[in-house]
Design a protein around this ligand. Structure first.
Ligand SMILES: *Cc1c(COP(=O)(O)O)cnc(C)c1O
Length: 229
């Protein structure tokens, strides 16, 4: 039996309503519960309510929290949303089912090398990958520039990487809809179907623009105390 969770039920209801309004199937939109900065005791009630997709920003934090939770709950799908350093690739690949932050050639090369290593040892599944696009061309933000995205997608495909879609984080001070539309257009042009876009404040707008993965943190877990994330 799953124990109801009010915040989760409310997000699911809003997701269902947005999907319905835009004549989409809500099952085609994966809700990722972004649990960064929250400890396992805050995460367990959301797992008890049946949620299985979770997002984290840091490899080290996830390594502390998720092995024990994975031992207690079946079918958890863990998503890495934050920047990934090349020297953390091995750990990230071992822990995460999906990585949303592939954003540069050096990282693509490191991921491909790890994939080749795993293939030769027949170890467990390699994560699916989203390419992060810096739709606002913000200097401080990760991601390939929109005009560089098609060539980078080709590069990743040539390396044999399992690219399933594109991800973006729009500038905080701009309307998100044009950024989501740009990401959808880039994905369509390159023949990738996944769209990781939309957070607590704008996931309904992202659903309208075709999001397949929405990443919701504060609306589920409450405000984060840490100023760093
Ligand atoms: C923190 C974070 C989220 C969740 O943001 P909220 O505003 O808490 O919903 C989603 N995506 C990424 C990449 C994040 O870093």
């Amino acid at each position: 039996m799953s124990a109801p969770n009010g915040a989760l039920a409310e997000i699911q209801a809003r997701k269902n309503a947005a999907a319905h309004a835009w004549q989409r199937n809500t099952e085609d939109i994966t809700l990722i519960a972004v649990s960064k900065t929250f400890d396992t005791e805050a995460i367990r009630p959301v797992l008890d309510a049946g949620q299985r997709h979770f997002g984290e920003n840091r490899v080290q934090e996830a390594q502390k929290k998720w092995p024990s939770l994975k031992a207690d709950y079946d079918a958890i799908q863990l998503h890495l949303l934050g920047p990934l350093q090349s020297n953390k690739v091995k750990e990230a690949v071992a822990l995460f089912d999906v990585i949303h932050s592939l954003d540069r050639a050096k990282l693509a090369t490191a991921l491909a090398a790890e994939q080749d290593k795993m293939a030769s040892t027949a170890s467990a599944g390699f994560p699916s990958l989203f390419i992060q696009v810096n739709t606002g061309a913000e200097p401080q933000k990760a991601g390939v520039l929109p005009q560089e995205a098609p060539a980078f997608i080709d590069t990743c495909r040539a390396l044999g990487l399992p690219i399933i879609g594109l991800m973006c984080i729009p500038p905080v001070d701009e309307a998100p809809a044009p950024h989501f539309a740009l990401l959808a257009n880039l994905a369509r042009a390159s023949g990738v179907t996944g769209l990781s876009m939309g957070m607590s404040d704008d996931f309904e707008i992202a659903i309208a623009q075709g999001a397949t993965h929405i990443r919701v943190g504060r609306a589920l877990f409450g405000e984060r105390s840490s100023a760093t994330l």
